[in-house]
Design a protein around this ligand. Structure first.
Ligand SMILES: [Zn+2]
Ligand SMILES: [Zn+2]
Ligand SMILES: [Zn+2]
Length: 183
């Protein structure tokens, strides 16, 4: 019979207190350290919890790495298409930006290239040397364009303002330096 090695929690009447959860359990609820003849300090339940927590930690690390990689792909694509800002309104918040098919052929392109939106798209663009036909837009302008037959409502507003006051109203302020970008 292996002894309960932990002096602080010895086996008493076939029972032992777990080092981790502190619950007094039957010795059969504790593993026996292989090769060594003593009972491990934590119960089997805690052993499972501990390996699950480790697994979860590794999974989170993996996800964070993956996200980082996807963000870098996205950033590289934006830079290849003029920079991290909306080509229509000048929005420079990285999280607001997406790539737009200039010729509104996004659906056909995705189908032909067998890609979906997001990271597969950014990977495809990188692999194909960032071909022309794309521009950086914010989601607002991207959706606005889609809803307005391929022309962002901003363009209509700009044209209206231009004709009413004669001022070149389309001149939004593009951030001049990288430090002004909101990332
Ligand atoms: Zn336990
Ligand atoms: Zn925009
Ligand atoms: Zn717009």
């Amino acid at each position: 019979m292996p002894r309960g090695s932990q002096a602080k929690n010895p086996v008493v009447d076939g029972k032992k207190k777990c080092n981790l959860c502190g619950i007094v359990k039957d010795v059969s609820d504790f593993s026996i350290k292989s090769g060594k003849r003593y009972i491990v300090g934590h119960c089997k339940r805690c052993a499972v919890d501990r390996s699950l927590a480790c697994h979860r930690r590794k999974q989170n690390q993996y996800r964070a790495k993956q996200k980082e990689y996807q963000q870098s792909l996205k950033r590289a694509a934006f830079m290849a298409y003029g920079g991290c800002w909306c080509n229509c309104c000048g929005e420079a918040g990285f999280q607001f930006l997406t790539l737009d098919h200039v010729n509104n052929d996004g659906a056909a392109h995705k189908q032909a290239a067998e890609i979906s939106s997001g990271s597969t798209m950014y990977r495809w663009l990188k692999k194909h040397g960032y071909p022309s036909g794309f521009q950086v837009l914010c989601y607002n302008c991207n959706c606005g364009r889609e809803a307005n037959g391929g022309v962002c409502p901003h363009e209509v507003q700009k044209a209206q303002r231009l004709s009413s006051d004669g001022v070149h109203a389309s001149a939004w302020k593009r951030p001049a330096t990288q430090s002004e970008w909101v990332i």
